[in-house]
Design a protein. Structure first.
Ligand code: AMP
Length: 254
């Protein structure tokens, strides 16, 4: 795997690369959810680029950014094992030469669900994704439905701004007990991990009302940020030991 730290070196190299390129954008602390996107990209493209950049502008809380897990050595080992072609590790200065004075904003769908409680979160996400799409120069970009609102906003941004890269949504990868894989799961205590399992299964129950499920969660010391149904899907965000965990799934039609 060829590793690039300089975006201009990558861009120069990219211009001389023949064939199709797929890109997978991540914030590191990689797990099988991330690796499923890399595998899909490898299946559908001649080359695959993975990016790792913990994007500060999408964090609404400083402590959340400071505590975000970093596992670069094992990320590189995992990507090498999958025979990922390229890895880009840019720094803040290169990604934000404007010091974040230029932003990509969306004014409707970004204001609900995660956008309602994490002020400015999606401005940061859309801005960094726009930059990374321009830097990557890929034919296809892969995003997980684990972050469904994010995926939807990116797809619509690409349409609205005539971006050439095709935006592809990928299935959520879950642990055996149904908990959606997330870099944040490694921050859970042993008891927190048990509560996370309870949460992942409780929200899937479609015979109870959302209010019933919410009180069940709250009674188990799980703080509910939101539990809502929109566009035929159920969306949830909770705090367990201060760790924010999101999930979503399509509702059964019957
Ligand atoms: P992150 O590093 O959390 O920003 O995630 C990078 C990409 O991996 C995003 O497109 C996520 O939606 C995707 N991703 C994270 N967790 C999962 C998962 N459990 N299943 C599928 N995709 C995921």
């Amino acid at each position: 795997m060829k590793i690039f730290k300089d975006i201009y070196e990558w861009k120069k190299f990219r211009n001389s690369l023949p064939g199709s390129l797929g890109v997978v954008m991540t914030m590191g602390a990689l797990h099988d959810g991330h690796y499923s996107l890399v595998k899909r990209s490898k299946d559908e493209n001649d080359y695959t680029l993975c990016t790792i950049f913990v994007n500060p502008t999408q964090f609404d809380r400083r402590d959340d950014l400071d505590n975000y897990p970093v596992t670069l050595d094992s990320d590189i080992a995992g990507l090498e094992k999958l025979e990922t072609d390229f890895l880009l590790l840019p720094n803040f200065k290169q990604i934000y030469p404007d010091n974040y004075t230029y932003k990509v904003c969306e004014s409707e769908f970004s204001k609900i669900l995660c956008g309602a409680s994490r002020k400015g979160h999606f401005d940061g996400v859309l801005t960094v994704v726009m930059k990374l799409l321009n830097i990557a120069g890929a034919r296809r970009a892969y995003f997980g439905e684990k972050d469904y609102q994010q995926y939807h906003l990116i797809r619509k941004m690409a349409e609205a701004l005539f971006i050439d890269t095709e935006i592809i949504g990928c299935d959520i990868v879950r642990e055996k007990d149904n908990l959606a894989m997330s870099s944040r799961n490694m921050k859970l205590t042993e008891n927190g991990r048990k509560l996370a399992s309870f949460y992942a299964n409780a929200i899937r129950c479609q015979s109870k009302s959302l209010d019933e499920i919410k009180s069940e969660l709250e009674n188990n010391a799980i703080k509910v940020d939101y539990l809502e149904e929109r566009f035929g899907r159920r969306f949830a965000a909770v705090f367990i030991n201060g760790v924010r965990l999101i999930d979503n799934f399509p509702l059964n039609k019957d």
